[in-house]
Every structure is written in C-alpha cells, then in structure tokens.
Design a protein around this ligand. Structure first.
Ligand SMILES: Nc1ncnc2c1ncn2[C@@H]1O[C@H](COP(=O)(O)OP(=O)(O)OP(=O)(O)O)[C@@H](O)[C@H]1O
Length: 221
C-alpha cells in the first residue's frame, strides 16, 4: 500500500454542543489517490462537510489520522498542496473575480504568463469571462461558486476538496463544473467532492456513502 494521496484512517470527530462533545464521525476511513475523483454522498447531516473540513486541514480529527502523501499535518496555507471550495465559498469581498481566482497564485509567486494562461482557461471553462473584472460581490451566487472552483484549481493542487460545488448551478453550468473537475483529476490532482448530485457521482471513480457519520459503502462506479 502506498502513502500517496489523501488517506483518512479510523477517524472519529465531533463538535462541542452545550458543553458536551457530540461525536458526528465514527471510525471513518477513505482514500483519494492522485488522479482519482472520489464523490462523498449521503443524507443531510451524515458528515460530508465534516470530512471535507478534516481533509482540507481546517480541523484536526479527535481520533485517527488524516494525511496527504504521508504527511499527517496538511497545511491549509499551501494551495498547491490542498485547495478547497467550502460550502460558503470563502471569497474575498474586496477583490474582483479575477483577483479572487488568482490569489493562491499571487501568494505562490506563479509566473505571470502562466497565471494569465490558467486564468483564461478557467474563466472560459467555467463561463466567467464576462465577469472577471467585476467585484465578486457584484456577481450571482452561482458565479461566485464557479469563481471559488476556479480559485481552487488555479495552482493544479495535489488535492482539491469541494463541498457541494454544483449546488448553485443550472444544468449547463453543472456540466461545466463537472468538466473542470474531471479535467483536474486527469491532470493528476486528487479530487474529493461532497455532492448530492447524481451527475457528479456518475463521473466519479468511486462513491463513498456516509450515513450517520459512518462509511456504509465505498464503491467504484
Ligand atoms: N459546528 C457544529 N457544531 C455542532 N454540530 C455540528 C456542527 N457542524 C456540523 N454539526 C453536526 O454534525 C453532523 C454532520 O454535519 P455535516 O455538516 O458534516 O453533514 P453534511 O453531510 O455535510 O450535511 P449537508 O448535506 O446538510 O451539508 C450533523 O449532525 C450536524 O448537525
């Protein structure tokens, strides 16, 4: 067995609720290899977002391990390693669409010509070309969601974790988002995507289904 990619092993995790620890994930294990697209499915409240937070390094598990390429301490600061699209998108209100997408690249010191090429490619693939100069606060929720997807992919990360990235999209834009996620996996990123959308499950290499904080199936599609 290889350490390559994301490995979540025996993870239990919970939240403090009225002074008590409420465990919401119980002994969860899953993996995402480089180049693999894995969908997280399950009913509302089953624990998908919690798994995403742990995989993205926003939180550390109460028990068990979360590791990327064998490193048990994923760094949220390095978007070339782990990038994410949280449910609330986390865009910076004071910046344009283009600057939000480019922010990880500015921080990483990506070559300007390469950044321009990637920005143009993502803007076209995600139908953002008409909005790139607009303040992100002056765009629709669906456009903001696609901006967050583009930002997560601008550095071609080792792992990208997306929480319901098609939730605000119409049918055509769902296909565009799915297209860039499949493209990212083909280019070598591991892709973990929490989704209720069967169209996302259909393109996944595997679908991991959670119920009540437990993995009930982990199956190839
Ligand atoms: N900050 C929090 N404090 C307390 N409980 C929480 C918190 N966040 C989530 N939970 C609880 O943890 C459980 C799992 O929530 P989570 O958001 O991971 O589920 P989900 O599968 O992503 O749901 P949805 O599909 O509705 O987004 C739920 O019972 C939820 O109420």
């Amino acid at each position: 067995m290889t350490d390559s990619g994301l490995r979540v092993v025996g993870v239990s995790h919970g939240y403090a609720v009225r002074g008590q620890r409420l465990e919401v994930l119980h002994d969860v294990s899953l993996s995402v290899a480089p180049g693999e697209l894995v969908a997280l499915a399950g009913p509302s409240g089953s624990g998908k977002s919690t798994v995403c937070h742990l995989a993205a390094g926003f939180e550390s598990p109460d028990a068990g391990t979360v590791a990327l390429d064998g490193d048990a301490c994923p760094s949220v600061a390095d978007w070339a390693r782990i990038a994410s699209v949280p449910q609330q998108h986390g865009l910076l209100a004071g910046l344009s669409v283009a600057d939000n997408i480019a922010l990880p690249a500015y921080r990483a010191g990506l070559d300007a010509a390469l950044l321009d090429e990637r920005l143009a490619g993502l803007a076209e693939a995600l139908d953002l070309g008409a909005f790139t100069r607009r303040a992100v606060t002056e765009t629709s929720l669906g456009e903001q969601q696609r901006t967050a997807v583009a930002r997560a992919l601008v550095l071609s990360p080792r792992l990208v974790v997306l929480d319901e990235p098609t939730g605000h999209q119409d049918d055509d834009h769902v296909e565009q988002v799915i297209g860039v996620l499949v493209g990212a996996a083909r280019a070598g990123s591991g892709v973990l995507v929490a989704s209720h959308d069967e169209r996302v499950w259909a393109v996944a290499d595997r679908v991991v289904r959670l119920e009540d904080g437990r993995v009930v199936t982990d199956a190839a599609t």
